[in-house]
Design a protein around this ligand. Sequence first.
Ligand SMILES: [Zn+2]
Length: 371
Amino acid sequence: MKLKYITSMSALKLIRKLAGFKGITITAFAFGSNVLHLKIKPHKCGCQCPHCGRRGTIVQSSTHKSRRWEDLRLGAWALHLHYQPREICCPTHGRSQEVIHWANPNAQVTFRHEYQMLRLSQQMTQKQVAELLDVPVSTLSGRLHRAIERYRQGHEICDLHYVGIDEVSYCKGHKYLTVVYDLERSVVVWIGTGKGRKTIDEFFNEVLSENQRNEVVGACCDMSETYIGAIEDHCPQAVLVLDRFHIMKSLNEAVDEVRKEQWRDAGTEERKVLKGLRWLLFKHGSNRSKRDTRLLNEIQRSNRRIYRAWVLKDEFNQFWEYTYEKCAETFLKSWTRTALLSRLEPIRKFVETLRRNQQGAVPLSKSHLVL
Ligand SMILES: [Zn+2]
């Protein structure tokens, strides 16, 4: 790499480069004890209204005091930013303090300092973070609480129309959490321990009021009976959506179950052929290499059951290409018929779940959609 050496640069420009400021201009600096004080001002985007973002006129008689923000450390130096926010007058919203682009309105630290603090707090104890950032533990604790409180405000349940329910595992898949999303706002609105019916019932019964439950228009979840049952019981008016990811995941699991069965019954010689097959079976047709095709041809000759399961999975991908409801319906009917004839138990179970959730054999009925 060729380095371009700089021979002249003013001190202010140098500090700006080192600190990595964007949208901020440094007007003066001073050294304190282990602290580098920087007087700053917004670069080009000052005097904006906090409500509409439009530029307002500066109110000259402003009484706003100069404020100080703690920023990321610069080597051995702590960085303190100083600025006197201006009072502005917006034609629509009247008088208010201009937007501060580097920090939250009432925070004493900059956004990037806050981000670092939150990231570190995920990994270590508050005492260790306080030591690293060189602040008292009580100060850090207060800042953390305020930051978390602020971020939580955006996750309150209001106008919940489209719900997404999913489970996440932790402790290497031994424990589960149920996560409920507001799909319109893309935020998590609730988290409960466990993945059973009791957990999800707790959300619908204790967190949502009857009115809120009636306002739910659509709900999306995986193919587990627990979540589907809970949605049908608590929000019968909601359109249930089974998404592509969860349907394909379920089908892949069924194919893998067939593979496992065959592996258990196979002798030493047969196992040689079946080795390393797991990920190949999951692969989408468009990512298949020549080697993969050769392996699949081998499987076709040596293990008909695995091959049949894989062909069914591969054919099912066609379902997502349809744009007309009727065509998709015809395809699904013919596919399920073939799948049931295959006499593969895990695939049959998948088909049954799919059918049950389609209210009989109607794949795209009004109340149940497959996306
Ligand atoms: Zn405004």
